[in-house]
Design a protein around this ligand. Structure first.
Ligand code: FA5
Length: 344
């Protein structure tokens, strides 16, 4: 038995010295020092020895076990150090390799136009007021001089909700009423604001019309504000937005909440008025609806129309953005297609 023990020790040491990986070391440990390993098996055999040999065998078996356990610990340390060195070497960063380019985000084309609008109107003394997108029917229509059954309501097909009187605003004009009531202090203070924001219409989607789109509303209320102020203000905006030479023209129009009402065109900034595909050979592009605030609307905002007057306008930035970038379909704006968005 003692001889067997010595042979087992020699073999186990030789095998341990040949081990080079953690996996192989784990296998060696199971086979040699594990519950059913060679050392345990030897120790179990002590009972079959004559009584006088047992003490000497037991002592030697314990020494063998201790020697192998120590050998195992040393080998484990060595292998770990070698593996760490290997990992460090293979995982080294090659600083000479070209880096991965960081992908840059960008602003949505509508946001770019909206920011330009805001900048220009701010330079001209207009503050930004954010009105709500979920409106009530009264503010969106009735208080803007469009009582129920007024035919002008048909011009703006509406998203109704299951809650009576609650709708998605069809234009930014209801913000006029809210701003007059909030800042007019009972019709005693002048106002000069723009109201940018999203609007919703239950419309047939076409290349020029979406069910959601931005508008930038403008409102000025004061004493003695006249149509010439509106015309001059819009002409100045066009000059800043479309260039020094931008020509504007005003056409008579109709909105229930302004009287008189106009529509504003700017000379086509792509062809300089000569006529092209974009302006449909008219030489002019529509940029705004506008007019003098209707006395009824002023009254609904808390102002006495005998003393106060004002002008308002409503612009659609998506259509302008389409013209600026030659985009032929408004549906690209909200389709979340990166191939489109990455071009701006
Ligand atoms: C209005 O909504 C009026 N509230 C504008 C106004 C304000 C007039 C203040 C007078 C005083 P209109 O429906 O024309 O008007 O819309 C104004 C602009 O919004 C349009 O010129 C267009 O640029 C944009 N617009 C309207 N409907 C859509 C649509 N379905 N898709 C994209 N843009 C639209």
């Amino acid at each position: 038995m003692l001889e067997q023990l010595e042979t087992m020790l020699q073999e186990a040491v030789a095998e341990l010295n040949a081990v080079t990986t953690s996996d192989a070391l784990r296998e060696w440990e199971l086979k040699t020092l594990g519950k059913n390993g060679a050392v345990t098996r030897m120790m179990r055999g002590v009972g079959s020895l004559p009584a006088e040999q047992r003490a000497a065998f037991g002592k030697r078996a314990n020494e063998v076990k201790a020697a192998l356990t120590e050998g195992y610990a040393e080998r484990e340390q060595l292998i770990k150090a070698q593996e760490l060195a290997r990992d460090l070497e293979s995982g080294q960063i090659d600083v000479t390799l070209p880096g991965r380019p960081a992908s840059l985000g960008g602003l949505h084309p509508s946001t770019q136009t909206l920011r330009r609008y805001r900048e220009i109107w701010a330079e001209m003394g207009f503050q930004v007021y954010r009105s709500r997108e979920v409106e009530d029917d009264d503010t969106n229509f009735t208080l803007l001089n469009m009582p129920p059954h007024h035919p002008a309501r048909d011009m703006q097909d509406t998203f109704y909700t299951t809650t009576p009187n609650v709708i998605l605003r069809t234009h930014t004009s209801p913000g006029q009423i809210r701003a007059m009531r909030e800042f007019g202090k009972g019709g005693t203070e002048p106002i000069r604001i723009i109201l940018p924001g999203m609007c919703y219409r239950f419309e047939q989607i076409t290349t020029r019309s979406e069910i959601q789109f931005h508008q930038v509303e403008g409102l000025a209320v004061g004493r003695g504000i006249r149509m010439t102020d509106l015309k001059g203000t819009i002409a100045e905006f066009a000059r800043r937005m479309y260039g020094d030479k931008a020509q504007v023209r005003f056409r008579a129009s109709y909105f229930p909440f302004t009287e008189p009402s106009i529509e504003v065109d700017v000379e086509c900034f792509l062809c300089g008025g000569k006529g092209c595909r974009v302006c449909k050979y008219a030489g002019w592009l529509e940029i705004s609806g506008a007019g003098m605030v209707h006395p009824t609307v002023l009254r609904n905002g808390g102002y006495d129309p005998a003393e106060w007057s004002g002008f308002a306008f409503g612009m659609g930035p998506e259509r302008v953005t389409m013209l600026l970038h030659d985009i032929n379909d408004i549906r690209y704006f909200w389709s979340n297609d990166l191939r489109f968005l990455e071009q701006f």
